[in-house]
Structure formats: C-alpha cells, structure tokens
Design a protein around this ligand. Structure first.
Ligand code: FE2
Length: 249
C-alpha cells in the first residue's frame, strides 16, 4: 500500500466533509500485535484489568477503558502516528490524548460531539472478537460549536443524516469530532470490539493549549542518563543472553 499516494485524497475529503477513512492506518499485523500486548499487559478480564472498567455517558454498559498517559505504549503509539496524521490533516499537530475502549456485545457509542482538546480525531479499530465489522457513524451536517454544543443545535423536527463507515481491523476514520456529531448507533455484533480514539490539536491553532492534555511540563522533558564507573559489570536481560553472545564481543 502506498500511503504517501493516499494523502492528497484523504486531506481533500477531510477538509470537505469532516472525515476520511484511512485504510490500514495500522497494518493488520501491527493492530493484532498492539491489541495482544495491551490485553497481556493491561489485563483481559475484570480480575486482571489494570485500566478503568467504567460506564460513561457514551455507552450503555461498562467498558474496559484506558487513558493514554496511564499506559505509556499507547501514548507512544500516538506520538508515532502524529507525522502521518499531520500529513493527512495538512496541519502540524501535537497529541492531546488517546483513549482505549473495549465495548461489549450489544453496546453502542451514543451520538455526541467532542471537547476542544479533540480538534482532530482518529478512531482506530484494533480488534473484533468475531470478525464482524462495526460501523462508525458521523453526521453529514456541520455544526458551529462555538455558540453551543452541536447536539443542542439539532431542531426537534430535524432528521439528521449520518454516514455509515464499516471499519476493518487496522482501519481508522479521521474526523472532526468538534463540529460533526458522531458515534456508533448499531449495537456491537461482536462479543467484544477494541478501539483507540486518538485526539490531536493544531500546534499553531486556537486549541494548542490542550497539547499533551496540559501535561507537557511533566511529559516533554529532557532525559538524563548517568553512567557508573567503568568497572561496574554488564547487566544483560536473561532473555537476551544468546543474542548478546552472538553479537561479536
Ligand atoms: Fe467522540
């Protein structure tokens, strides 16, 4: 797949209608590897899960969730995706945050709009228990969110039209979640469905203060390594010992 060749069309679609599908935003092997690592490290059931098991206004049922700065590999994945998404959007972006969520069977994501720290959003499908594609929905209508929240602007007699975007594992939808209503209105057909929602702000834009969710002071810091005296012995991870031996020392 030629990602570079896809960029102009994605950028034009996103600008024109507020969303664009990024096929294989993560190659399927990387989606599988990411989700397996998350399940292994965060836990795969109620007893083992180290993130949040929570019901918010977005879902009908409790879901496994995790905030990116509570699990460094997720934040790092977002850092790595940032140049690609910046190219797709056509703006110089900085991450605000990401959320991981595993929905249970039958759950939905209620139609909503996002807060200002979600200026540019990417909903990435990481895995389906039963391989049934589950669609993301986004309104055709653009809402001016400066005056009031989009949901409050919908007239009682108004029937909104929504795009229906089925996403395979590794696919993502790039969307403007502030000015377009979005969610997942059909019940999840899988025993579980796992996704990450990444959010960015334009580093030169009006929401730039939300970069790193205001945690830049803690996160964007100069590292410091300190060497011991040279007579200190080597320390090698036992798993790496055969590799270390083969590296010509
Ligand atoms: Fe959202």
């Amino acid at each position: 797949m030629d990602y570079f060749a896809e960029i102009p069309a994605i950028r034009a679609q996103y600008a024109a209608r507020g969303w664009a599908v990024l096929k294989r935003a993560l190659p399927i092997e990387l989606a599988d590897a990411t989700l397996y690592q998350m399940q292994k490290e965060l836990g795969g059931d109620w007893d083992s899960y180290k993130g949040d098991y929570i019901k918010t206004f977005l879902t009908d049922k409790k879901a496994f969730e995790c905030y990116s700065y509570d699990y460094t590999p997720m934040a790092t994945l977002q850092y790595g995706l940032t140049p690609f998404v910046s190219a797709a959007v056509g703006k110089d972006l900085l991450p605000s945050h990401a959320y991981f969520r595993v929905y249970r069977k039958g759950d939905v994501c209620h139609i909503h709009s996002d807060a200002p720290n979600c200026e540019h959003a990417l909903s990435l499908t990481l895995g389906y228990a039963d391989d049934f594609l589950w669609s993301f929905n986004i309104s055709e209508k653009y809402f001016d969110a400066d005056e009031k929240r989009p949901a409050e602007s919908v007239r009682p007699d108004e029937t909104l039209k929504f795009y229906d975007l089925p996403l395979s594992v590794g696919d993502a939808v790039l969307y403007n979640g502030i000015n377009y209503l979005h969610g997942r209105t059909t019940p999840n057909p899988n025993r579980w469905a796992a996704h990450i929602f990444f959010h960015w702000v334009d580093r030169n834009g009006r929401h730039a203060r939300h970069a790193f969710d205001g945690r830049a002071r803690d996160l964007v810091r100069r590292a410091a390594f300190v060497f011991p005296d040279e007579d200190k012995p080597e320390k090698i991870n036992p798993n790496r010992a055969p590799m270390a031996e083969s590296r010509g020392r």
